[in-house]
Design a protein around this ligand. Structure first.
Ligand code: ATP
Length: 505
């Protein structure tokens, strides 16, 4: 709070000091006015010189260490596209012989932590350029003209530094460009923000490939849809590269990169960790390796072992284990709820459960870690129904063993409802091909209820058939707090031999 409002606090403190000097110390008001006038003139002069780059630079650019493309795991397509786009900085003269219009800017779009900043740094390394980093928020100011002046200063600084370092190229990287280059309209965008964005567009229009030093812009965003069209038109950020979450191969490479400086046991199989971290970003994988090292350090182990990495997955996904207290009855109910999820998951998708845990972490009191289906972009109706049944299974198990549900199923129901909505929007329900907006509230409600009631019934009867399975696993889970996939699979196959004969419900 203090950091954010330091300007206001300073003004307040200064005002109080003046009052104190005039009222208590009885300083001559005329002398005070002269002092204030001098301070005002000094600050105006400072701002004028600062804006023209005569004192230091714009004050927003930072120059972090560079790295090569080899130090970035996965993202092969993005790296190739980026290198192609950068070739004009490396082979500029050849391109101009062909009359190719060089690019002025590239936009890297993708979820947080996927390596956009790393790619920009590697681009500077690849092209032997000076690298300047700024964030969109660095340009956001209350006072009209300040942001625009910073943009001017940034380009000026890039030229000065490049000449000083005797290089030919500079790369300016602006992270969170959406903060600075959001869509302009008459209502939302303030005059200051307009001026800042206009200045950026003007600076980009003024970049010519023949001019040395050459300046190339790279911008990054998680919200491409927010950007003003003017930024994306040809001649500005006209090459856009999508940076996606890494696939299994990419995850393995990223884990390998972040394992390089860590003492890993020879028994560690990173491939298994890459399997279990579907949906993780590069930043989460880096954090996972770090947390694993912390676990090994806490246990005073010489080497990081597989168990440390497995624990670290949960830590990154769900947070640190908490010491929230639960009474015996509550623990039993949570265990039954989680077993419901796990048994349903293993029944509908054999081999999908990785672990069931009863230790509280973050906001959860227990959880089932599933091995996600890799590279699935399209889901069939039965895939979605399976997902719903697995979500409902916690509540179904509670109904079977306690005769009623509890508040512990709220998030499961939210998840189930989201999937039902996807089904309706994808034309996978009895309503046929419809838009959600075409439906009345009642029609949507009725279809939703029909689907969920039907699937709940199926889930309940599946778990009812495997009641003995829940009963045999419950004491183990309560005692050990962790249930492995093999223990679960064994119990399910035993229950098939006994009461349940028809396999999948
Ligand atoms: P944001 O959108 O939040 O700014 P970003 O996409 O720019 O995120 P980076 O800052 O480049 O992400 O990455 C954050 C950290 O995650 C890096 O410092 C690195 O440790 C790790 N990381 C992310 N992606 C990769 C990758 N592909 N290879 C290796 N490390 C990665």
């Amino acid at each position: 709070m203090i950091k954010k409002n330091w300007k206001e606090l300073m003004v307040g403190a200064f005002g109080s000091l003046l009052l104190y000097l005039i009222v208590v110390v009885e300083v001559d008001p005329l002398a005070m006015i002269m002092v204030l006038t001098s301070i005002f003139i000094a600050s105006v002069l400072y701002n004028v010189f600062h804006g023209r780059g005569m004192i230091g630079a714009a004050g927003v650019a930072k120059m972090p260490e560079l790295l090569s493309f080899d130090e970035i795991g996965g993202q092969e397509i993005a790296k190739r596209e980026l290198m192609e786009a950068l070739d004009f900085l490396v082979h500029g003269d050849d391109l101009s012989r062909y009359g190719i219009r060089p690019l002025k800017g590239i936009l890297l779009a993708g979820p947080p932590g996927t390596g956009k900043t790393l790619l920009a740094k590697a681009a500077a390394h690849y092209t032997d350029s000076v690298f300047l980093y700024a964030a969109g928020s660095d340009f956001v100011e209350m006072y009209v003209g300040v942001g625009a002046r910073r943009v001017r200063g940034l380009f000026k600084e890039a030229r000065q530094l490049t000449i000083k370092q005797k290089k030919k190229n500079a790369i300016i990287f602006i992270d969170e460009i959406d903060v600075l280059g959001g869509k302009r309209d008459s209502t939302t965008h303030a005059k200051e923000a307009d001026q800042t964005l206009n200045q950026l567009l003007t600076e980009m229009d003024g970049l010519f490939s023949q001019d040395l030093p050459r300046i190339f812009m790279i911008a990054a965003t998680n919200r491409k849809d927010m950007l003003d069209d003017a930024l994306l038109r040809p001649g500005r950020f006209d090459r856009q590269i999508q940076i996606d979450l890494p696939d299994k191969q990419g995850r393995l490479q990223i884990l390998g990169i972040h394992a390089l400086n860590k003492p890993l046991s020879v028994d560690v199989i990173l491939d298994l960790i890459a399997d279990q971290t579907f949906g993780f970003s590069g930043a989460q994988l880096e954090s996972l390796m770090n947390e694993a090292a912390v676990y090994a350090f806490r246990e005073q182990k010489e080497l990081i072992e597989q168990c440390h990495l497995t624990q670290a997955i949960d830590k990154v996904l769900l947070g640190e284990t908490s010491d929230r207290r639960t009474n015996e009855e509550e623990r039993r109910r949570i265990a039954i709820h989680e077993l419901g999820h796990a048994i349903a998951a293993e029944t509908f998708r054999p081999g999908s459960v990785n672990q069931v845990s009863l230790s509280p972490r973050g906001m959860t009191m227990g959880y089932v870690r599933q091995n996600p289906k890799e590279n699935t972009n399209v889901y069939s109706k039965s895939d979605l129904e399976e997902q719903i049944k697995i979500s409902l299974a916690g509540a179904a198990a509670e109904e079977i063993f306690y005769g009623e549900r509890s508040t512990g199923s709220r998030q499961d129901f939210d998840h189930a409802l989201q999937i039902v909505e996807t089904m309706i929007r994808s034309g996978l329900t009895r309503l046929g091909i419809v838009k959600m907006e075409m439906l009345t509230h009642e029609a949507a409600m009725t279809e939703c209820q029909n689907i969920l009631n039907d699937l709940m019934e199926q889930t309940r009867s599946c778990l009812d058939e495997r009641r003995n399975c829940v009963e045999s696993l419950l004491p183990i889970l309560l005692q050990e707090e962790i249930l492995t996939s093999s223990a679960l699979q064994h119990a399910i196959s035993e229950s098939k031999k006994g009461t349940c004969t028809n396999g999948v419900a």
